[in-house]
Design a protein around this ligand. Sequence first.
Ligand code: HEM
Ligand code: CU
Length: 542
Amino acid sequence: MSAVPLWVARPAGASAAGWLRTVDHKEIGVLYIGMGVALFALGGIESLVMRAQLATPNARLVDPELYDQLFTVHGVTMMLLAVVPLLVGFANYLVPLMIGAPDVAYPRLNALSFWLSLVGAIVVYFSWIAGGAPDAGWFSYPPLAERAFAPGPGVDYYILGLAVNGAGTIIGAINLAVTILLMRAPGLRISRLPLFVWMTLVTSFLILGAYPALSGGLVMLFVDRQLGGHFFDPTAGGQPLLWQHVFWFFGHPEVYILVLPAMGMVSEVIPVFSGKPIFGYRFVAASSVAIGFLSFSVWAHHMFAVGLNEFETLLFSVTSMLIAIPTGVKIFNWTATMIGGRIRLLTPMLFAIGFIAMFVIGGLTGVSLAVVPLDLQTTDTYYVVGHLHYVLFGGTMLGVFAGAYYWFPKMTGRLLSERLGRWHFWTAFVGLNLTFLPMHWLGVQGMARRMWTYAADTGWGPWNFVETAGAFVLAVSMAIFALNVVRSLRGGAIAGDDPWDAFTLEWTTTSPPPPENFRTLPAVTSRRPLWDRKHPEMRDAS
Ligand code: HEM
Ligand SMILES: [Cu+2]
């Protein structure tokens, strides 16, 4: 045994060249997470500029053209370039460790995925200095996105960037799915997979179903813009609505691509911090599969206002409401896991509980939007902006923070500070509700989304001011997290292998794990292999 921890001697750790050529899943995971954090910061800055512009009526901080670019790039960033890499990064790092594998199935392909994703993001951002960022919204509807209305290169950078980024994401999904299906430790049957791994598996299939639709649509839009095509051009017999169908066939599953992994993280945190196995494991896993299938059957709920026929309206309204069932199953199971448990209210658990509460709000407003008459009143208003941020910030991001506090010690060997963690949680919780709750009221009062300013006599000023104040509270909250990470990396408490008294395989190896992940693997005879080793008398039979 050498005195120097093995990870210090890693090839990548020492040099930039090492990071460029690494094919280790943990290091690629770290690269992905780094990319996600950087883009999340950019998307956050864009949102702060928008919120500053909207703080008071008749503001002139940015002009309408810039505002269009800001909401477009913010949407693209958050939906595709920031949070997907964050989640894929966690999956990359954790899945092999949680299934007792030395790496992913195709390590070199894994590096390719990451670099394609990053290059795609850079191409999108390059548009800022190459003649103007895209400005047709994150879903880039034609004819607005056609050359006649968006003559600058912004939408072309959007197309090229997302195509390259999407190729990376698709390859990454294949890699994760094959890894989970073929590389599990002996005894780790599918029915014993940790739930984060389950949800990563479902997410991988969602990516494989959804992203190719986006790629195909992007190619068609590119043909329209650059090669004289007319796919979406109504003046030449094209169909603008075709884009909407193709885009939302991707776009709705994308929401679950962002939400399911976060649900998976919460499904790991809640049982450990309740000192109990998850309640209804099979239902939690099966409901993920159900959500996966259903998510491909709801896309036109984004299109109720375009004039669908009665059958389509009814169909997409009903399927959208059906999704509430498997989602409700999960909420029920998490809550039932907590009931009667020995709850340790540490930071990961705080974020997990916050996730449930906020996701319920976002889910309920989602169901309200599936009610077609209500949707027709509120579509393209701030009600929708409020809804989607409860799902994606209140849901996904709080889930990611739960996972970040939970697994940071495994990845770095250091614990994050609980005191700063609590500050981070409560400022995030207060900030997000201040920012996003009043949006529902403004939306119902008629404030349209994507408006760059508003008149004083609308009366929308005060709530907008509250929202902007909330957004800056959120910014402070993110700064507290950054401080926490930096301080812990410098001198946080040493974590040890298993700081949370956890259940699953990743906690049996050192923190951080050695290059080969495991020196010895415990026998897997249940869903909680580490728990069984610690408490042989309480071994469960599943
Ligand atoms: C950091 C806190 C955030 C703030 C303060 C914020 C704020 C905003 C604002 C002001 C808009 C523009 C509304 C409009 O003019 O229509 C917007 C749009 C949007 N945001 Fe955020 N946001 C945040 C985080 C997120 C996250 C985490 C996601 C997704 C993971 C997200 C996804 C979106 C999307 C998809 C749009 C719509 C863009 C479009 O209309 O094309 N946001 N956000
Ligand atoms: Cu949807």
